[in-house]
Ligand binder design. Structure first.
Ligand SMILES: Nc1ncnc2c1ncn2[C@@H]1O[C@H](COP(=O)(O)OP(=O)(O)OP(=O)(O)O)[C@@H](O)[C@H]1O
Ligand SMILES: [Mg+2]
Length: 225
């Protein structure tokens, strides 16, 4: 770190062991996200990539070590404060989408605003523009069960980007997409505002290289590839 500015989000000496397990999934992970970072995380199935994103997304807590937002340890925050911080700062694309089944694609993209009240016309316009950018203009009024897997994945990406978060976390966002769609989607993620940090978990080495700096999760540790 230079200039004394705290990273947007950082893991310091993070260990994660799930209840009942006899081994750490993460065994001392350090990662500091700065504005403009574009990072791909690769690693074998079960190596802890989703676990890592959940910690970065403030959805889970480490067994040891700290998660810091703007240099502040979030361990002291209650659930409401942590949720507020997450809504404000983080856009997360889950590996299995987590779209609301009864809501249309458009309403799913508008979800991040709903906690603050009804989205206005500018927000609806942004949501529609993101869907259009992802080739889903004519699917905006369809529910997830009326969409293909790849279309659902794209809706989840639109939702994550909706509020221009400072940290964009995407878990295997191109898994169900053909090469051309995967390429478009990665471009959209990389197009996040320059001051945002983007972390993409992927099995696809071509996607990983396109994203930028590639880190490998192996034996509980995050290393340069
Ligand atoms: N909630 C949980 N409780 C207990 N064990 C868990 C839990 N979530 C994940 N694990 C275990 O932790 C390890 C890492 O899981 P994780 O989902 O982070 O892997 P991953 O790298 O994302 O794998 P994949 O590439 O298949 O998505 C696995 O052994 C998994 O079984
Ligand atoms: Mg995973």
């Amino acid at each position: 770190m230079s200039g004394g500015a705290a990273p947007l989000l950082a893991l310091r000496g993070v260990h994660k062991r799930y209840d009942g397990a006899d081994e750490d999934v993460l065994a001392g992970v350090d990662l500091a996200l700065a504005p403009g970072d574009r990072i791909a995380v690769v690693g074998p199935s079960g190596s802890g990539k989703s676990t890592l994103l959940f910690l970065l997304g403030l959805l889970d807590q480490p067994t040891a070590g700290t998660v810091e937002v703007d240099g502040r340890d979030v361990a002291g925050l209650d659930d409401a404060a942590r949720s507020a911080l997450r809504r404000e700062h983080v856009g997360l694309v889950f590996q299995d989408h987590h779209l609301l089944p009864q809501a249309t694609a458009l309403d799913n993209v508008l979800l991040p605003w709903l906690a603050d009240g009804r989205p206005g016309p500018a927000q609806v316009e942004r949501a529609r523009a993101l869907l259009a950018r992802l080739g889903l203009a004519d699917r905006a009024d369809h529910r997830p069960d009326e969409l293909s897997t790849g279309q659902r994945q794209r809706v989840a990406v639109a939702r994550a980007l909706a509020r221009s978060p400072r940290v964009v976390l995407a878990d295997e966002p191109t898994g169900a997409l053909d090469r051309a769609r995967a390429h478009d989607l990665v471009e959209l993620l990389l197009d996040a505002p320059g001051e945002a940090a983007v972390v993409v978990v992927t099995h696809d080495l071509e996607v990983a290289r396109r994203v930028g700096r590639v880190l490998v999760l192996r034996d509980g540790r995050l290393e340069p590839s």
